[in-house]
Design a protein around this ligand. Structure first.
Ligand code: ADP
Length: 869
């Protein structure tokens, strides 16, 4: 439709060829210019020209990629838009280019190409009427439009334009009127001539370049209305759909309007875009979708939506943007309602626990009881199990098995050394570098809300100025509170009631009492030598072989070698060192196997060892001399390498521990006590000596107050009974302390010791010193004493007895009231030890000295021996 009225554009125009985006009359567009022809145009026309006319250029859309424009001009699209260059920005980076801001004025048709170089110039024909946009003229334009309307009312065009106008009004009505841009657009709809509406609206709504091109090509007004009407309806449908999915936030769907660019004509500078068209917005939209899909409880969702709202308003460059995003991402990742289904079958659980762990019957029984109750009650509220025992006795490993039997995820939270409560409960988000606590982090890691959490080493929690982590743990563990555990970082409650907590510790002594109160303590004692051998052969050796890529056909460790490793290379209650030593053996053998299994085969078995039937002749590393010697042979590859004592010495070095008990008891004034440490039981030599002096007692070996008092008690009791036991001082006087100083020492001086249980040992040791008689070298003892010579019960009997058994002792003296504890001791250990239960010191001394200790009173007979239980 050619127009004779209004402003006329020049009939000759330079042409800007674009290959992306379509400029429509009434819209503004940013065009990047970097091709030779276009650059020339900008340089010589836009930058040099001074008149308004020089800023008008023809913009021809959809030219094939001008990058590849050769000498010849590509075929031009015949219809373009006369554009007004509003802004030109040049830049040299990454390569020289200009960015033009161009506002479309009206359609034009290229009638004749006048020149091609340095940039195309063409004769053009103006196709649209161009109104002058001044406020005075706006009314005239409106009147003009109205008169045009009235002229066409009967025609189809009038109907179409009316329909288009109404649809556009409907679209704008769906947007948030409180946004100033929308309000302005609404006003513009009424003031703009109707025939400009298709172009203006098409540029604003979501349309593809192809669709825009079709609208551009629609020179006839009627056709233009017909083409744009479906696009408008499509946008409305899209908006409706969006509104439906976002019901909870009515103000959200109004946000689809975003200001994109400025323009010369007031009211022609907007663009309607769905949220998410731009990259940053896209991310936020994805995040929002995730938030809605995360299935979080109402309060958490509310907080997330609030944060999202803030996020949308924030510029991306703001540091808080990243913080808020991280927060929202964590919220989305948390397993608010994701859980695994428990598949608890007590019979299967029993089989699994038995197959994973040898021995530890009591613990396994209690764990099964616990699981059975859970199965019946289908609820978790119950005590938190706390496994207490020395390192390496399988506490963690039982926890892992429990998770497996339940079919739950397992996560270990190491608490050793944690002394800041934010470690448990997170930092508030106001802090730089704030992050959630270990509980929430753990949940994020496992991805379900009902894992088994192993709180490892609760006894090693520290305390500091940053608050008490134990107090924070209380909230986590308390079934009455933990359904709304609030991490400081999250700042909303998370339900921990489905999490199964298990704690482990080496000792209950340092567990904060309030925490201990919430837990049911299950003691996991150390293993006997025999149990260790079994564990090694059933579990550790197969595991280590697998870890080192070896097979039983390549490496065999006979039982007596394992025993050697246990007694000569390790001294521990658990099996962790044993596992490491077996690992060392495997590594050494792996080298041999990888080297081609060149091992020696001695002609005769070594004299110091009687080989068992299965291993005769098969050995490795018979010392350096045999490896280098002439007897060296290459065994066939299928021959297993069998580790014997010599191979062991080669691989692990000289034995670290030797039996030293009998050597040390060759002088009067030495006795063996039994001590309990968090690492298991230990035997302890107590030494005493006396010298001329003034009756002073010196105690060394880092003793605590209780032990020092025990020493005083022992001396007092012996002095008061010196006559009865014929104890004398070196000069033969009746008071053993007269003119004498006493020194009592507890070896392993670097280790702090305390507790009352060394009382009987001190008495025995001093009795030996004062009487000059030797204590039996195969007796160990434990028990608290009183001033009147009674023996009181003590703790840790099982570990202590096992330590005595490990050390090869034969008789153990215990307080009478500890007799019941003997039941816990494995039968074969009991069978190999004599147990003397004593209620008074007389009985202890009688058991400790060969032939008894001289007792004046005939009433006190031989100690009651309950050996071979
Ligand atoms: P803890 O947690 O008590 O310090 P771990 O559970 O880490 O000890 O155990 C150390 C190693 O010893 C693990 O490889 C474990 O499988 C093994 N272990 C300990 N006790 C047993 C047992 N009774 N049966 C089988 N393996 C065991």
């Amino acid at each position: 439709m050619a127009s004779n009225s209004g402003i006329r554009i020049p009939s000759r125009l330079p042409l800007l060829l674009t290959h992306e985006g379509v400029l429509l009359p009434g819209s503004t567009m940013r065009i990047s210019v970097d091709t030779a022809r276009n650059m020339q145009l900008v340089k010589s026309r836009l930058l040099k020209g001074t008149s308004l006319k020089s800023t008008i250029i023809g913009v021809i859309p959809n030219t094939r990629d001008p990058e590849h424009e050769a000498e010849d001009l590509p075929t031009l699209h015949s219809i373009g838009v006369a554009g007004l260059a509003v802004q030109v920005v040049g830049s040299n980076w990454p390569k020289p280019h200009y960015t033009l801001l161009i506002t479309g004025l009206c359609r034009l048709r290229v009638t004749q190409l006048l020149k091609e170089r340095p940039f195309p110039v063409a004769e053009v024909e103006q196709l649209d009427k161009l109104e002058q946009y001044t406020s005075a003229d706006a009314d005239a334009a409106a009147a003009d439009a109205a008169s045009a309307d009235s002229a066409d009312t009967a025609g189809e065009l009038g109907e179409l334009s009316q329909r288009f106008y109404q649809t556009a009004v409907q679209l704008v009505g769906m947007l948030d009127m409180s946004v100033p841009v929308v309000a302005k657009l609404r006003r513009l709809l009424d003031s703009l001539p109707r025939e400009t509406l298709p172009d203006v609206i098409t540029a604003m709504i979501r349309t593809s370049n192809q669709e825009k091109l079709q609208v551009l090509d629609a020179v006839g007004l009627e056709e233009r209305f017909r083409r744009t009407l479906p696009l408008l309806t499509r946008q409305i449908e899209g908006l409706k759909l969006l509104q439906k999915t976002r019901k909870p936030r009515p103000d959200d769907d109004k946000r689809v309007l975003a200001v994109r660019r400025g323009g010369v004509f007031p009211g022609r500078q907007f663009s309607l875009e769905d949220e998410g068209e731009e990259e940053g917005g896209d991310d936020t939209a994805v995040l929002e979708r995730k938030v809605r899909l995360a299935n979080m409880p109402e309060p958490a969702l509310r907080v997330c939506l609030k944060e999202l709202k803030r996020l949308k308003k924030m510029p991306q460059s703001m540091p808080e943007f990243a913080l808020t995003r991280n927060y929202l991402e964590l919220m989305v990742e948390l397993p608010w309602s994701k859980s695994t289904t428990d598949c608890l079958d007590i019979r299967a659980a029993r089989v699994l626990l038995d197959s994973d762990h040898y021995a530890m019957e009591k613990l396994k029984r209690r764990v099964l009881e616990y699981l059975a109750v859970r199965q019946l009650k289908r609820a978790l509220k119950g005590p938190i199990l706390c496994f207490v025992g020395p390192p390496g006795v399988g506490k963690t490993s039982v926890g892992r098995s429990i998770a497996r039997t339940l079919g739950r995820e397992f996560h270990r939270i190491a608490l050793g050394g944690v002394c800041d409560q934010s470690d448990i409960r997170g930092h508030r988000r106001t802090y730089v570098g704030s992050m959630p606590g270990r509980i929430i982090n753990g949940l994020k890691t496992v991805g379900v809300n009902n894992p088994v959490f192993l709180l490892d080493e609760v006894d090693k929690l520290g305390k500091s100025l940053q608050g008490d982590p134990a107090a924070a743990l209380l909230e986590v563990l308390d079934p009455e509170q933990n359904h709304s555990f609030t991490d400081h970082y999250l700042n909303v409650a998370f339900d921990l009631s489905q999490v199964l907590f298990i704690a482990t510790a080496n000792t209950t002594a340092t567990i904060p009492p309030a925490l201990l109160d919430r837990m049911e303590v299950l003691q996991v004692p150390g293993y006997t030598q025999e149990e260790k051998v079994e564990i090694a052969h059933r579990h550790l050796i197969p595991q280590q072989l697998e870890q080192h890529g070896l097979t039983p056909q390549q490496l065999q460790i006979p039982q007596h070698t394992t025993q050697d490793i246990i007694s000569r290379y390790t001294r521990e209650a658990g099996v962790r060192s044993l596992e490491r030593k077996i690992g060392a053996v495997c590594r050494a053998v792996a080298v041999k196997v990888a080297e081609g299994h060149k091992v020696c085969k001695p002609e005769s078995p070594p004299p110091e060892r009687a080989p068992s039937a299965g291993e005769a002749g098969e050995r490795v590393g018979r010392g350096e001399e045999s490896l280098d010697g002439s007897t060296e042979l290459a065994l066939p590859p299928e021959m297993p390498i069998v580790i014997d004592r010599h191979a062991l010495r080669d691989i692990l070095g000289l034995p670290l521990f030797e039996m030293e008990v009998s050597e040390r008891l060759t002088l009067p004034g030495v006795a063996i006590g039994l001590a309990w440490t968090p690492l298991g039981g230990e035997i302890m030599f107590v030494e005493a000596s006396r010298m001329e002096g003034e009756g002073q007692l010196t105690l060394t070996g880092q003793l605590g107050d209780v032990m020092k008092e025990s020493a005083q008690l022992a001396i007092s009791w012996l002095r008061s009974n010196a006559k009865k036991y014929q104890l004398t001082n070196p000069g033969g006087g009746a008071d053993p302390l007269e003119g004498t100083d006493i020194h009592l020492h507890f070896p392993a001086g670097a280790v702090t010791k305390d507790g009352p249980s060394a009382g009987v040992t001190m008495v025995t040791c001093l009795a030996s010193l004062f009487s000059g008689r030797l204590v039996r070298s195969d007796v160990a003892m434990t028990g608290e004493i009183t001033l009147r010579g009674l023996v009181l019960p003590v703790g840790g009997i099982k570990d202590k007895v096992l330590a005595a058994h490990r050390a090869g002792l034969k008789r153990v003296v215990l307080p009478k009231r500890n007799e019941k504890d003997l039941e816990e001791i494995p039968a074969h250990v009991r069978a190999e030890l004599d147990f003397v239960t004593a209620s008074s010191l007389d009985q202890v001394l009688n058991a400790a000295f060969d032939g008894g200790f001289p007792a004046v009173s005939p009433a006190i007979g031989q100690p009651q021996v309950t050996s071979k239980l």
